[in-house]
Design a protein around this ligand. Structure first.
Ligand code: EPZ
Length: 441
């Protein structure tokens, strides 16, 4: 599938942010820690949620969805064999290690592998689980982890890894004794997970700071939990509104989760204000260049680096964007250059000189946040753009095109093979046997 998008329009109206992908994925895994039923509300309809659901069902969970509510129950000890094709498809599924180790005492799982934005090792996950008593070895390409019992420990993370913090929290919540996790990740999604575990009977304190204390309890019970709003989806739409001009209310937002972005918008000269039910952004889309350096929370989020960079192509002056969290998260730069952006990458930094408008083009998404950046760029470019591989976007943005159409954007989703009547076939499409693209022989 791909998006066909005609840019150059201001955005007007309001949209509702969905539940947070990066909160619901570990919380779904945490549901495996009890044999009681868990009810999760405000669960977004995303490809990654579907993948996590299939992982948990393969391992024995019963899951039903009613609207935006998910019911999960793992009544018996879950299977310890993690499905290879699903785990390697979505790195986030590695967080099932903690819960399954606790429930089954054993898990056999393939290392999740890398992706477009980096090699994505899991050494800090494994170091934390071993500190809690797990014995982990590599066997024929699978990680073999055993833990007859998990005991509390003092663990220091070399880097405040989000996933490692989540995995360790979920392994420690029912361990014998107390765990102190230092240099823990502080993202809002960590706090949402800790709140959920405490609603299940856990005793976790300090989530959201760099020291988390987990007092092990003997068992956890079912709970009902509403997932926090997705601050990255909210930030992406705020950046799109700032880029296009107009007047947009982004609803269902927790402003405290967006402080680093809002501070940068102020520096850029974007007009916005915090309302009771969201963030209102208005203006005519003219901006000042700024420098951005991604950091772990509460710094500027790496997940907003790509859309922010796309916005800055419209700013007067030169901006420098430095990516400190992932080693290869500038895949969107080459695609933006095809739209006329003046950007060069030098190591961990992208240097870009702003200009009036980008030009429409056919571009390809490499990961979900790069996809959001390309949509933002196409919204501002005069003419018809085509954005391919939008399954990346569907992994983390619920109904993006419907939400944008609700704001007046001219965007539609078409099968990748379909060539709209006025569209120039993508280079090489004929060779790929694209039946609708009849290039003159
Ligand atoms: C989570 O990934 C998010 N994913 C990412 O969002 C987000 O970009 C990232 O945190 C940082 O905020 C989910 O929550 C599902 P990390 P995670 O462990 O947990 C390295 C999106 O777009 N590292 O904090 O994988 C790692 O390679 C996604 O929604 C190790 O070296 O991030 C990376 O360079 C993308 N060893 C850095 O640390 C480890 O054991 C941060 O990774 C673990 C991580």
């Amino acid at each position: 599938m791909k998006f066909i998008l005609t840019g150059g329009r201001a955005l007007e109206g309001s949209m509702d942010v969905s539940g947070a992908k990066n909160a619901v994925l570990p919380i779904m895994a945490a549901a495996m820690l009890t044999s009681d039923e868990v009810v999760l509300e405000d669960v977004p309809d995303l490809l990654d949620v579907t993948t996590m659901r299939r992982v948990l069902e393969t391992m024995g969970a019963r899951i039903t969805r009613t609207g935006s509510a998910l019911r999960i129950q793992a009544p018996t000890v879950p299977s310890a064999e993690a499905p290879y094709d699903l785990i390697t498809k979505m790195r986030a599924s590695i967080v099932i290690m903690g819960p399954i180790l606790r429930r089954a005492g054993y898990i056999r799982i393939p290392p999740p592998g890398g992706c477009a934005i980096g090699s994505r090792p899991i050494n800090w996950h494994l170091k934390g689980l071993e500190a809690l008593g797990a014995r982990i070895s590599m066997d024929h390409g699978f990680l073999d982890a055993r833990a007859e019992r998990l005991r509390g420990a003092r663990i220091y993370l070399d880097f405040p890894s989000v996933g490692a913090t989540e995995n360790i929290m979920m392994a420690a919540v029912c361990a014998e004794g107390t765990t102190v996790l230092e240099n823990a990740a502080q993202e809002p999604e960590i706090v949402d997970l800790a709140n959920f575990l405490n609603e299940m009977g856990g005793r976790i304190r300090g989530a959201g700071t760099n020291v988390v204390q987990i007092q092990g309890v003997s068992s956890l019970r079912g709970a009902t939990h509403s997932i926090i709003p997705d601050r990255i989806e909210a930030g992406s739409f705020i950046l799109m509104a700032a880029a296009c001009g107009g007047d947009v209310l982004v609803r269902n937002v927790i402003p405290a989760h967006l402080r680093p972005l809002l501070a940068k918008l102020q520096e850029m000269g974007v007009s916005f204000c915090e309302k009771d039910d969201g963030i209102r952004v208005w203006g005519e889309g003219r901006l000042r260049a700024v420098d951005i350096k991604t950091q772990t929370h509460p710094g500027f989020p790496t997940d907003l680096q790509a859309p922010a960079l796309a916005l800055l192509t419209r700013a007067r002056g030169t901006s420098v964007i430095t990516e400190t969290v992932f080693e290869n998260r500038f895949m969107h730069v080459e695609e933006l250059r095809r739209m006329g952006a003046d950007i060069r990458v030098d190591g961990r930094s992208a240097i870009l000189r702003g200009q009036e408008n980008l030009s429409a083009a056919t571009v390809t998404a490499s990961d979900l946040r790069a996809g959001a950046a390309l949509v933002l760029a196409a919204l501002t470019a005069e003419g018809v753009s085509e954005i391919r591989n939008i399954y990346h976007i569907d992994r983390g943005y619920e109904g993006m095109e419907a939400k944008l159409r609700g704001l007046g954007a001219d965007i539609r989703r078409v099968p990748a093979a379909e060539q709209p009547e006025n569209d120039i076939p993508a280079p090489g499409a004929a060779e790929r046997g694209n039946k609708l693209c009849l290039l003159p022989r």
